[in-house]
Ligand binder design. Structure first.
Ligand SMILES: [Mn+2]
Length: 318
């Protein structure tokens, strides 16, 4: 596996620091100022890639090209948005970017009910507690059924996966976060290992893969190494998020990677066992006391700490 990092803010000194930490791969979107239209421009992609390579790193994962509610809810304009998404895949493939991470959460994405939970030593972490959400009002989209989301995902995959194959860009579906349905009337469908099996049956292809976000599998309450083996042995893991929690749905809090409920060494062993060769990056980390602000789990210091821990586990399990 290859150690990867999201560079935030996207700046040369942060890229260099990542390289100095021994990170090889960069996970990034195209910076906002370079997104000049609904399709990511080929030359803008190449320049962003070269900026990373000129510092000795590699842009191996796009996280993410957003997928509109028009696509996820089958609203007017869906086909136009899917065509834009496909054209971006073609441009990324032509530029040699091998992997994209996407999700099928409609209307809202990642959700937490607190960003001020105190974890070890008072570090700030996030919590999802469904008690706080069960009476939440519906959104402007009313109720959205699981059936409708599956239908729309099937429609999307049947168009996009053949394009991804031709372009040579693997699509890694990230689990819903939290993996719980519905929230505010909006169903969520990517909430179990079985959901991924179903996704792979819809469009069988090496390019139809999974972003194995460990935190969400932990939140599902399933055995993580067993699922790494289940999907890894089918070559379905195209990208991984390293993350841990205390608890599982309907209530969990995020933790330091060395302080959650999961035996993280057993996860690294499972990746080794299945010969996982993709990028793995630390996902959310708690915020340290010396950090200036909470950034949803993306402060540099927390992720620096996480990379050190991951390197230790990788060396220790080799
Ligand atoms: Mn994740």
């Amino acid at each position: 596996m290859r150690l990867a990092l999201v560079i935030r803010p996207f700046a040369d000194d942060n890229l260099m620091t990542a390289r100095q930490m021994g990170v090889e791969d960069v996970v990034t979107t195209l910076p906002h100022e370079l997104q000049t239209g609904p399709v990511w421009d080929y030359l803008a992609i190449v320049r962003h890639k070269k900026r990373i390579e000129d510092i000795g790193l590699r842009w191996s994962v796009v996280e993410s090209v957003s997928i509109s509610n028009r696509i996820k809810l089958a609203l007017d304009g869906r086909d136009e948005d899917i065509e834009h998404y496909c054209q971006t895949i073609r441009n990324l493939g032509a530029a040699g970017i091998p992997t994209m991470c996407y999700n099928w959460m409609a209307v809202f994405g990642w959700m937490r009910t607190s960003l001020t939970t105190r974890t070890r030593g008072g570090a700030l972490a996030s919590t999802y507690d469904h008690e706080e959400m069960k009476n939440a009002p519906l959104t402007e989209h009313g109720e959205v059924s699981e059936e409708r989301l599956w239908e729309n995902l099937e429609y999307f995959l049947k168009i996009v996966i053949p394009v991804a194959e031709e372009a040579g860009v693997k699509q890694g579906l990230h689990p819903d976060d939290p993996p719980l349905s519905p929230i505010r009337g909006i169903s969520r469908i990517i909430t179990s290992p079985e959901a991924f099996d179903r996704v792979f049956d819809i469009a069988p292809s090496d390019c139809n893969g999974i972003t194995f976000c460990q935190g969400n599998f932990k939140a599902m309450g399933v055995d993580i190494p067993e699922n790494i083996r289940h999907f890894g042995n089918q070559n379905k893991i195209v990208f991984a998020h390293f993350r841990d929690l205390h608890g599982q749905v309907p209530t969990f809090s995020e933790s330091f990677h060395d302080d959650g409920d999961t035996d993280m060494a057993s996860c690294i062993r499972a990746y080794n066992e299945v010969g996982f060769e993709g990028a793995i990056r630390p996902d959310h980390t708690p915020t340290f006391a010396i950090d200036k602000e909470e950034t949803g789990g993306y402060n540099f210091l927390g992720r620096l700490y996480a990379i050190g821990y991951m390197k230790g586990l990788i060396h220790g399990t080799a």
